[in-house]
Design a binder for this molecule. Structure first.
Ligand code: RIB
Length: 348
């Protein structure tokens, strides 16, 4: 750093040029690589700022610009949720088997973190990015796509991407879970839905409502609450439901962590599963086989999701006909569901 506080030319990056020019770093990447669509005014402004600052692009990176990296990136919203590491492991196994190196980033659903990772991928010639949704505005995603990134959505779509998406049939999975409870004899079923802004939450809620309607069962809106996809959220949602009257005899949770949080909160309240109420989750993370009782849940086939995702990036094969692949799910019936026992958590 010089005395004036400016950055040594040798240490300048495209972020510095972008900040001074008032454009995104992906625009700077495009201008310097002479790729993509940029207005002449913007191009001249970026080049002028780069000259004034004394920015010298990394010629090694530029010389590699003509070669796509054999690395692929995968960006996750929450590395702490065991569903995502299981998906990344399956993706890594599949991608490495085909000669790709996988670069992992956990963004916390923060758009600035997403920009940082995507800019780095651009500057490192990584061309394929697997994403579980993105928080970035559609226009910015489209700008990254124009700059050369190919987005493959896993589990959740991404607005402005290239349209590639591999997802589970979330709506069918929610219907399997709800029908299972109805077939056991439950009539008053609560639903702890996932975060409302996420596609899988909407699809699972829709499947729950459709299964209830198909069985001719009224849905009490007071028995539908929302929660983050976390154990803490599930515990808080359980407490919120406990205050609702009349109560319920079963809960369908939008993912396993919510169900595990609800199970903990039930135990803390002196209630037992399935004696006081039945409980179903979604994902089938390995934890569900170690809870007491073992959790009945909907299994997502992450290995198959990874295989389908990698097929979208294999240049040596014709691209799959459809850009969206929806995979079947299955119900794993375990110990947390049973018929209503009369002891059920139901208030008059
Ligand atoms: O558990 C995290 C949830 O987010 C999963 O259900 C998965 O589908 C992802 O969307």
């Amino acid at each position: 750093m010089t005395r004036s506080g400016s950055v040594e030319p040798a240490r300048l990056t495209i972020y510095d040029v972008a900040r001074h020019a008032g454009v995104s770093s992906s625009t700077v990447s495009r201008v310097l690589a002479g790729r993509g669509t940029v207005s002449e005014a913007t191009r001249q402004r970026v080049l002028g700022v780069a000259r004034e600052l004394g920015y010298r692009p990394n010629h090694v990176a530029r010389s590699l610009a003509r070669q796509d990296s054999d690395a692929v990136a995968v960006l996750l919203p929450d590395i702490a949720n065991p569903f995502f590491p299981s998906l990344v492991k399956a993706l890594q196994d599949e991608a490495q088997h085909r000669g790709y190196t996988v670069i992992l980033g956990s963004t916390g659903d923060d758009p600035d973190n997403e920009r940082r990772y995507l800019d780095t991928m651009l500057s490192r010639q990584v061309r394929h990015v697997f994403v579980v949704g993105l928080s970035l505005p559609k226009a910015e995603v489209e700008e990254y796509a124009r700059a050369g990134l190919t987005f493959i959505g896993l589990d959740r779509g991404v607005a402005g991407g290239n349209g590639y998406l591999v997802q589970s049939d979330n709506r069918a999975g929610a219907k399997l879970a709800t029908r299972h409870l109805i077939e056991l004899g439950h009539r008053r079923i609560a639903h702890i839905a996932g975060p409302p802004g996420i596609s899988v939450s909407r699809e699972r809620r829709r499947g729950f409502l459709e299964a209830m309607a198909e069985a001719g069962l009224p849905v009490d809106e007071r028995l539908i609450v929302t929660s983050p996809f976390t154990e803490e959220g599930g515990a808080a949602a359980f407490v919120e439901l406990a205050g609702r009257s009349p109560g319920y005899t079963a809960i369908f949770s939008a993912n396993d962590l919510i169900a595990i949080g609800a199970l903990f909160a039930a135990h803390e309240s002196g209630l037992s599963v399935p004696e006081d109420f039945s409980l179903v989750g979604f994902d089938d993370v390995s934890l569900t086989r170690y809870t007491s009782p073992q959790l009945t849940t909907v299994r997502q086939d992450v290995a198959r999701m990874a295989r389908a995702g990698v097929q979208f990036i294999q240049a040596d094969r014709p691209a799959p006909r459809r850009r969206t692949v929806t995979l079947p799910v299955s119900l794993e019936v375990r110990q947390s569901t049973t018929s209503p026992t009369g002891r059920h958590h139901e208030r008059p």
